[in-house]
Design a protein around this ligand. Structure first.
Ligand SMILES: Nc1ncnc2c1ncn2[C@@H]1O[C@H](COP(=O)(O)OP(=O)(O)OP(=O)(O)O)[C@@H](O)[C@H]1O
Length: 264
């Protein structure tokens, strides 16, 4: 299987007013095509920094970061990012927000009819065909996140990178979007890397959970394989002893082995 992402001895150091801050140390991680990987760890440990390395928004100070065999040198349409705060352009409709991304990626090669078809298909994929003419301030937070996901998916990225995409949503909307995301990922065979704070979300969605130690110089403490059959159903999992076993392993890592220092 092709290694879509390969991080080899990656270190990240930030220059700050107080001197150099060593954020990430010796990160080694390979991700296969079609895999769903979550990054979990205490606040400030470096999850977003790690995601940003793959996104090309942050350079590694040392080590190598590769995507599809090529060095990651900056952001690219093959690595689409979805942030917690949707980042839609408020003056554009849902349709136009997606169309803009589609045009940027495919505009040089494809005609307007094809670009329109791609945009409508993306809206349909997230169940928002009815909202195509609405502007971001006319739709709910969950719908905005769905437009953000649709925009990312419409660019047909090789990898979907998500930084706490559901973090700002209420529990019910969050559960609904997790279910939708599972269906979309299954239908598109997407490779996904997602930052989350939510242990249940990590177990429900992941093939592998990458657990980071506390910073400074955070590194990968352990990678847990989630070998629960797919498709996954949250209600059935609630009564599945294996689900609870995996869940408690993550909790044990976070709250016994990586107890967050009180002063942090
Ligand atoms: N540009 C920067 N300059 C200096 N320090 C930075 C910079 N970006 C991040 N850091 C520091 O690096 C560490 C990791 O930050 P990061 O945002 O990756 O953590 P995180 O695990 O995503 O946190 P959270 O869960 O709270 O979002 C933090 O201590 C942060 O203060």
């Amino acid at each position: 299987m092709e290694k879509f992402v390969h991080l080899d001895h990656v270190d990240v150091k930030f220059s700050t007013k107080k001197g150099v801050y060593h954020a990430l140390s010796n990160i080694n991680l390979s991700i296969d095509q079609g895999q769903f990987v979550t990054l979990i760890g205490h606040s400030g440990c470096g999850k977003s920094t790690l995601l940003n390395i793959i996104a090309g928004l942050q350079d590694a100070t040392e080590g190598a970061a590769l995507c599809a065999g090529r060095e990651i040198k900056g952001p690219g349409p093959e690595r689409a990012v979805v942030f917690q705060n949707h980042s839609l352009l408020p003056w554009l409709t849902c349709y136009d927000n997606i169309y803009l991304g589609v045009e940027r990626v495919f505009g040089a090669k494809e005609g307007k009819a094809k670009l329109k078809e791609r945009t409508l298909a993306a809206l349909d994929l997230v169940g928002l065909s009815h909202a195509e003419h609405k502007r971001p301030n006319e739709i709910s937070g969950g719908m905005k996140q769905r437009v953000g996901i649709a925009r990312a998916l419409a660019m047909e990225p090789k990898i979907l990178l998500m930084d706490e995409p559901f973090g700002a949503l209420d529990a019910l909307t969050r559960a609904h979007l997790q279910d939708e995301l599972m269906k979309i990922v299954a239908a598109t065979n997407s490779t996904v890397v997602m930052v989350t704070h939510d242990v249940d979300e990590a177990v429900l969605l992941s093939d592998r959970i990458v657990m980071l130690t506390n910073g400074p110089a955070a590194t990968i403490g352990e990678i847990l394989t989630v070998d629960l059959a797919k498709p996954r159903d949250r209600l059935a999992l609630a009564n599945d002893p294996h689900y609870h076993h995996i869940r408690s392993k993550v909790l044990e890592f976070l709250y016994q082995r990586q107890m967050r220092p009180a002063a942090a």
